[in-house]
Design a protein around this ligand. Sequence first.
Ligand code: S3P
Length: 179
Amino acid sequence: MTGTRPIHNLALIGFMGTGKSSVGRLAAELLHFTYLDTDQVVEFRAHKSITDIFQQDGEPAFREWERLIVEELTQRKKTVICTGGGLPTQPANLESLKTHSLVVCLWASAETIYERVRDHNHRPLLNSGDPMTRIRELLAAREGFYRQADVLVNTERRSVREVAVQVIHQFHMAQAAHR
Ligand code: S3P
């Protein structure tokens, strides 16, 4: 239920390759909101790439960056917040986002995700010999967290614009319910 909480922002969660950044950028443009990407903020603050953080400092250090950044977002308004795929696996992050945002999860099957990410190498968690198996494992382990979003939006065979329009519609409905 979103009816009793303030909905100032739109937060997008979901697995790698579900289109959070593309949908988020377009949604921010259409809503005239600021666009904020937690991965970009982590890289800016840490002065290094996510790959380097994972390699040099380890995944727990990256998760701590994410936690700190989410904590700082509570006073934001009119922002589309795009999150890294693993951010909602720390329940406190999701809880915090829900105090100010409508949390929308973008969804896609493991096969679609694989097709979308296979030519990219900037995601340390998928740089294994068998990315398809890794995607399946991670998706299964995380599904329960993703399902805690306020709204789940399927991105299969739909354009970025179609998904963004649906997300915005959900956002307006949630805001109206709050008023
Ligand atoms: C991660 C997803 C990445 C990034 C990091 C870890 C994850 O973000 O935060 O590589 O744990 O799923 P995207 O979902 O934007 O690729």
